[in-house]
Design a protein around this ligand. Structure first.
Ligand SMILES: Nc1ncnc2c1ncn2[C@@H]1O[C@H](COP(=O)(O)OP(=O)(O)OP(=O)(O)O)[C@@H](O)[C@H]1O
Length: 308
């Protein structure tokens, strides 16, 4: 069945049970066309299991996946529109990058001249010549894995921890590759990692998974706002502070919940703001300056700094 949805990929109550263990527990993911969706979770959170189900490598115990408007059994018709790199790429070590690509192209019956060269260029491996892949760095192997996933021109690319274990140079090269894919091929990318910081320069949207549950979905803008520099006010009735903020000319602030207001401008005026609020009869329980690191934000969400 084909349905109309604003999302290229969405899941509903996606669940995977291994014996008594529920590795993925009712996950609802929403990925828009053209997004680079960072799927973040600690080791064992359930990322790989989710990505395997989305890529058709494992079947869900429960729930539904909708991709390109198709669900259920009809998903098999659009599998070729999904390219994936899950776990280590299967490479022939005694062959070159070109030869590895050639084998997969043959499987797909692709003979277009210049096709392989173009993909190797996109993944930054155009100059590897006769070098056998067993002599490639981990980053080069990962990029060749991405190149292999690009054969047959998928519309969605699913990458499971492609930056795991890479040095900063390797991470930067993967980042460049992903930017090229987005800009030149308008590709939608789902990429997992256990380090939020490393995806923060790439991803446009984020899903945070913890103990099999998707605990948060947010855009890059929302994430940056949550982690940006701000004055945090704790008071019993934030609405009462609004006239004072308005009178003082603050415009960039947000009532976060029943006790907190975040102010994202004029951080050096926090003392003056405090005085003004108190003078206006509003009791401020706490006022502080915050600039949360992305990684701290992620660790706080997923319950502390251990076992990262
Ligand atoms: N085939 C399986 N049989 C039993 N349990 C499994 C199987 N595959 C995964 N699990 C368990 O499901 C949970 C989620 O694993 P998964 O590999 O999806 O997590 P992850 O977030 O990708 O972590 P990692 O980065 O460590 O692979 C883990 O507790 C894992 O041990």
């Amino acid at each position: 069945m084909k349905t109309l949805s604003e999302f290229l990929l969405s899941t509903s109550n996606l669940t995977k049970q291994f014996g008594r263990h529920r590795a993925v527990d009712g996950v609802d993911i929403h990925i828009k066309k053209g997004a680079i969706y960072g799927f973040i979770g600690r080791n064992g959170a359930g990322k790989t299991t989710c990505l395997r189900m989305i890529s058709g490598l494992a079947s869900p115990t429960d729930g539904e996946i909708e991709m390109f408007g198709y669900t259920g059994k009809d998903l098999k018709n659009i599998r070729s529109r999904v390219g994936c790199l899950i776990e280590a790429p299967g490479l022939y070590g005694s062959m070159t990058a070109y030869e590895n690509m050639q084998i997969k192209c043959k499987l797909f019956g692709i003979k277009k001249p210049g096709y392989i060269e173009e993909i190797l260029h996109t993944v930054g491996l155009a100059d590897t010549g006769k070098k056998k892949t067993k002599h490639f760095s981990l980053g080069m192997k990962q990029r060749l894995g991405i190149g292999l996933a690009l054969i047959n021109e998928p519309d969605l690319l699913v990458l499971d921890e492609p930056i795991n274990g890479l040095d900063p140079q390797g991470i930067a090269e993967i980042r460049d590759t992903l930017h090229r894919l987005r800009d030149e091929r308008n590709m939608t990318i789902l990429i997992s990692s256990h380090i939020l910081e490393e995806l923060s320069k790439i991803a446009t949207d984020y899903g945070i998974i913890h103990n099999g549950c998707l605990i948060q979905e947010l855009t890059r803008k929302e994430l940056m706002k949550r982690c940006s520099e701000r004055i945090e006010l704790t008071l019993s009735c934030p609405e009462q502070a609004v006239p004072v903020l308005d009178r003082m000319g603050f415009v960039n602030y947000q009532i976060v919940d029943k006790e907190h207001i975040h102010v994202f401008e004029r951080l050096n005026e926090s003392a003056g703001l405090n005085t003004e609020l108190v003078t206006s009869g509003i009791s401020v329980r706490e006022i502080s300056l915050r600039n949360e690191e992305l990684e701290t934000y992620f660790l706080n969400l997923t319950g502390g700094a251990t076992h990262v």
